[in-house]
Design a protein around this ligand. Structure first.
Ligand SMILES: CCCC/N=C1\SC[C@@H]2[C@H](O)[C@H](O)[C@@H](O)CN12
Length: 654
């Protein structure tokens, strides 16, 4: 819906008086007033109090709910990224449908009476897979991402020539709600410091969006030198523990006049698997916001609603070691991952109300929550038993192992297979040199699980086997680096593994299409398991179960499971890693579930060890702060009724 029609629709939704006051497209403007260190909206002084939420982390059916809560919190604007890889899954193939319908999201924001600060990248970070860049760029292994490398710029130009014309009608002066647009993201934190790249982007944005739209950059204080560019308004990001006065003073060296802007004021922080859950105190966050608003600064709170890294979309960081981001992007944000207001939201609303009018009227209540289970899953079969279905085109053969990117497998898993060239009687070291497992390898010999080799560890496995034994290595892509000086994070076996003194060659690569299998198949007739031992290691478990009453939001809890992937009714809910924590539950939005006795189906791919009782539960509260050591304590502290959950249900067969 183009904004013009939208303004008619809006006139139905807004009080008539306000509609009459709305300036027409030709008089609308959003500019920097350098004479008074402020923004002007339609000629009147304006300060935005904004919050970040990412449409790509919230199912479309929940967008209106989240935006309404943000408006009610006193925000007059929202800020969000556009992930290139979410919309161009393959070169020249575009997807703006369903939960990728960017225009629909802009429309929802307009209906909630929220202005938009848009951040289309091309690189975005957001702890998103590869910082939003599509992994197919790496099919040219020598490409220099985020530079004026002609191959990179050609792909960027092609993408923006599709995206930016879609955005153009939504610019504020054209009748839409987009008041400003960010170029790149924290470019000053990147090693390249390539000003011709930034100038190319600025020129492209001007050519496709015109001269009126306010273009800006955002950097941490240490990144302003390489991240700012003449002609782009310079803004900064920092959190409650940082020295606001010092950072704004530094910012004034780049923008001596004009409004002070913090484009990312951190209300919480991200979580890594295996590290403690991050939080930021309500008092520190509210105090910092008040101090900035007193200065007349415009502020965007990052995140106001975090959402979820469904599927394989989480990114990763590198702090000495490879650190994948968790499935939950709760971020300890004012609106929780499940969309519930937190004490932090009410406290921030109180602060905002001291500086500008906040909407009256009740905030929608927290969503209905549901407890369920325990649900006992049954073994469907070992991953290897489904190889023909998971890789219908058959394997790719190569003397040396090939990366995910080389075989055009963007996410998820790939099986690497070779055969033992001689019998090994004594346990013999097996490893991949140069830390070449990206990111986790589940090793099997003739279908028997031998253990895990992972990117951060130097450990080796010790294998035996017969001449001709199958050596199968399932490699998991845990998400590409989203931040840091090298985002060319190739996945798979980057070097040929070594067994004893032998460099293993003659490989078959099976790119696995697991989501298709889970969504469409799971044959009733289980495939024959060709090995004498019981299946171990990567195995599928599943169960169909009815929910007798109505459904509510819920949190899937997997006590005793180790690590894997979950699908609910074919929807890829994301990764679990119970053994590592700190996240112990996965958010299940109620719209994924069928009520009133209809059958629901949960499917797990457990990559390592299964609990004695292959059960899962659905809790009415999330557990996001329980690392494996803490976790046992936490379980003991859960009340018996929580663990026993509701009365066991009559469960159907699978
Ligand atoms: C101190 C390192 C700062 C790195 N920047 C971060 S960590 C969380 C946020 C998001 O990634 C956001 O996308 C970045 O722009 C800024 N930021």
């Amino acid at each position: 819906m183009a904004p013009k029609k939208l303004s008619c629709l809006r006139s139905l939704l807004l009080p008539l008086s306000l509609t009459l006051l709305l300036p027409q497209a030709d008089t609308r403007s959003f500019v920097v007033d350098r004479g008074h260190d402020r923004f002007l909206l339609d000629g009147a002084p304006f300060r935005y109090v904004s919050g970040s939420l990412h449409y790509f982390r919230v199912p479309r059916v929940l967008w209106a709910d989240r935006l309404l809560k943000m408006r009610w919190s006193g925000l007059n604007a929202i800020q969000f990224y556009v992930p290139w890889n979410y919309h161009e899954p393959q070169p020249g193939v575009y997807n703006f449908n369903g939960s990728r319908d960017l225009i629909a999201f802009l429309n929802e924001a307009a209906l909630a009476n929220l202005l938009v600060i848009l951040r289309p990248g091309p690189y975005i970070c957001a702890e998103w897979e590869m910082g939003g860049l599509p992994s197919w760029l790496l099919r040219k292994p020598e490409i220099h991402l985020r530079t004026s490398d002609p191959d990179f710029l050609a792909a960027v130009d092609s993408w923006f020539k599709v995206l930016l014309p879609k955005i153009y009608p939504w610019l504020y002066h054209n009748g839409g709600n987009i008041i400003s647009i960010q170029v790149e993201n924290e470019y000053g934190s990147y090693r390249a410091c390539d000003f011709s790249y930034m100038r190319h982007l600025a020129g492209l944005f001007r050519a496709l969006l015109g001269e009126k739209i306010l273009l800006f950059t955002t950097d941490g204080p240490e990144g302003l030198k390489c991240g700012s560019l003449r002609g782009l308004y310079t803004t900064v990001d920092f959190g409650p523990a940082d020295n606001m006065t010092k950072i704004f003073t530094l910012l004034r060296k780049y923008e001596p006049h004009g409004p002070l802007v913090n484009s990312e004021y951190y209300t919480g922080w991200l979580d890594y698997w295996g590290q403690n859950h991050s939080t930021r105190s309500v008092s520190a966050v509210t105090k910092g916001l008040e101090n900035m608003l007193k200065l007349g600064a415009s502020v965007n709170m990052y995140m106001f609603h975090g959402g979820t890294n469904f599927g394989y979309w989480n990114g990763a960081d590198k702090k000495g070691r490879f650190l994948p981001i968790t499935t939950s992007y709760d971020y300890d944000a004012p609106i929780s991952e499940a969309g519930d207001p937190t004490p932090k939201l009410f406290a921030l609303r109180d602060v905002i109300s001291k500086f500008q009018e906040v909407p009256l009227g009740p905030l929608p209540p927290p969503s209905p929550k549901m407890m369920l289970g325990p649900v006992t899953l049954h073994l469907v079969g070992h991953l290897l038993a489904f190889l023909d279905l998971l890789c219908p085109r058959g394997p790719i053969h190569s003397i040396l192992p090939m990366t995910f990117e080389a075989v055009k497998q963007d996410h998820g898993f790939m099986l690497y297979r070779t055969y033992m060239t001689h019998t090994i009687f004594e346990p013999t070291p097996f490893w991949v040199p140069n830390n070449g497992v990206h990111d986790r390898a589940y090793v099997m010999v003739d279908g028997v699980f031998q253990g895990v080799v992972e990117r951060n560890m130097r450990d080796k496995l010790f294998l035996t086997g017969k001449l001709g034994s199958k050596l199968d290595i399932l490699v998991e892509n845990m998400g590409r680096l989203s931040f840091g000086s090298n985002s060319s994070d190739f996945k798979g076996l980057l070097k040929p593994p070594i067994l004893g003194q032998t460099i293993l060659t003659q490989w078959m690569m099976f790119p696995l299409k697991i989501d298709n299998l889970v969504k469409w198949w799971f044959p009733l007739q289980l495939p024959k398991w060709p090995y004498p031992q019981a299946p171990s290691g990567p195995t599928f478990y599943s169960k169909t179960f009815p929910i007798l009453g109505s459904v509510g939001d819920t949190f899937l809890y997997l006590p005793g499971w180790t690590k894997g992937q979950v699908w609910i009714n074919g929807f890829n809910l994301g990764r679990y890693w119970t053994k590592q924590g700190p996240q112990q539950t996965l958010y299940v939005p109620r719209f994924l579930l069928f009520p009133r006795g209809a059958l629901n189906k949960i499917t797990l791919l457990e990559l390592e060890d299964v609990p004695l009782q292959p059960q899962v539960q659905f809790l009415d509260k999330p557990i996001l702060n329980s690392t494996s050591t803490l976790h046992r304590t936490h379980i003991n502290s859960l009340s018996a009724d929580t663990l026993s959950a509701s009365e066991p249900m009559e469960l159907s067969g699978h």
